[in-house]
Design a protein. Sequence first.
Length: 140
Amino acid sequence: MSVVAEKNTNTVARWSLGGVFLEALANRDYAKMAATVGPTVRFRAMLPPGPMDWEGPEAVAEAFSSWFGGADDFELIDATVGEVGGRLHLSWRLRVRPAPFGIGEGWHVIEQQAYADATETIEALDLLCSGFQAEPERKH
């Protein structure tokens, strides 16, 4: 019975850590985001231009800031925390305007799925990104 209780405690701790990471993202608080990852974190991402790789908390925070920090308008549409085979699963969908990198002025939607190795901090983060998708203009 103690093994199950220990596993549940670890799961709750990882899910809480995931919640703090998502809260930091939702508030574009990149310093708080950096505090959720370990000092030797490896962040790998499959992005529309191709695979990318970063190491360290500052690099993780800078990557997210480069994607979302410059948007005038930023909305968290949906976010989830879960677990897959012992790995923390995080997903989120955002709306931003304007999109970075000269992609466009209107609203863009982006969805990202991430899997993390985590205990007290996130030690490895693997992310898959939809890219910034132009949202059709809404008719009133």
